[in-house]
Write a protein that binds this ligand. Sequence first.
Ligand SMILES: NC(=O)c1ccc[n+]([C@@H]2O[C@H](COP(=O)([O-])OP(=O)(O)OC[C@H]3O[C@@H](n4cnc5c(N)ncnc54)[C@H](O)[C@@H]3O)[C@@H](O)[C@H]2O)c1
Length: 363
Amino acid sequence: MAKYRIAWLAGDGVGRDVSDAAWIVLERLNVDAEYIQGDIGWEFWRTEGEALPKRTLDMMKTTDCAFFGAITSKGVDKADKELVPELQGKGYSYRSPIVRMRQLLDLYICLRPCKAYPGNPLNYKEGIDLVVFRENTEGLYVGVEYAHVPEEFYAVKGMEKIPRSAAISLRSISPEGSERIVRAAFEFASKHNRKRVTAVHKANVIRQTDAVFMEAARKVAAEYPGIQFDDANIDAMGMWLLKNPLNYDVIVTTNLFGDIISDLCAQMVGGLGFGCSGNIGKDYAVFEPTHGSAPKYAGQYKVNPIATILAAKMMLDWLGEADKAAQLEQSVADVIAEGRVRTYDMGGDSSTLDMARAIAEKL
Ligand SMILES: NC(=O)c1ccc[n+]([C@@H]2O[C@H](COP(=O)([O-])OP(=O)(O)OC[C@H]3O[C@@H](n4cnc5c(N)ncnc54)[C@H](O)[C@@H]3O)[C@@H](O)[C@H]2O)c1
């Protein structure tokens, strides 16, 4: 029996292309794992009314972690409604399977390392090496939204300022949810000899929810006196990151701010072809590139697989295979530095699989 069982969720579009690339390097690394294919994505929504079928979730529960490619999400059109009888007469109700996985499996950490590998022509500045910890289950992404304000809400003081025509989305931030994401950031900093943790918020305006987040952040920071702690408003942080990205080390923040900041950081180290991420809970994790299914390139084996291969590196680290993870990262770094194999986004014409094979050859 293999040491690890890994749910393999390639998805659709270029999700399949980049998963094939990750497969090549994992095979070369000889990881003692069994990979179990799972259904996820747009096709299953169209045909079954469910983008993350229950059988996939059940299968995931029998595995150690999951590896995810990318999927297409879009509005539900008339043809889709005709195809799925249960959807007839209903409005738009597509739910992102990624957000669902995060919530159902309580994958509260979204970990996004952003490193400028030397020689990458897309680096904004050499030397950037940031890690973003984004809270993954709360905030504005809890999905409690109303197309019109429910009448009973007007019983609450302050609601008279909100027009009856407004749509509203609720932001919920709990002390427990905040404490565990900040603790994860400090634990990471302490384990990886990182010097500084910066908490990002907008507490001067979003007073209640960000006060909860910042109170938890200060409480946890006090337990780690050896690590410098500071905080910044989300808007200022955008500017400071562009001006002085080398000043930052570990960033921790709430769900929406983390979504934005982590894309900003990813762009500084090469963009979508380099952005990898781990959705991590207490006992389970899902690793993925941050890009989507890029439909115009689907099946062409043209996009850059480095984001996905770095997600595989994160998965190996999480499984405790630190040596294999380090070897894989070194091979990625060597191929980038040599500059012989480059996909279109890096200014070359190598294919997805050329890049994977070049990385595999270094292992
Ligand atoms: N995690 C996910 O599965 C995920 C994330 C984002 C978007 N999506 C979905 O993907 C679909 C397409 O969305 P989109 O076009 O806005 O975003 P996208 O990330 O799929 O692609 C946008 C563009 O970025 C470039 N790109 C993406 N990945 C690349 C790579 N690995 N290498 C080089 N270039 C790359 C391509 O030019 C592509 O057209 C939508 O249905 C969207 O909802 C899924």
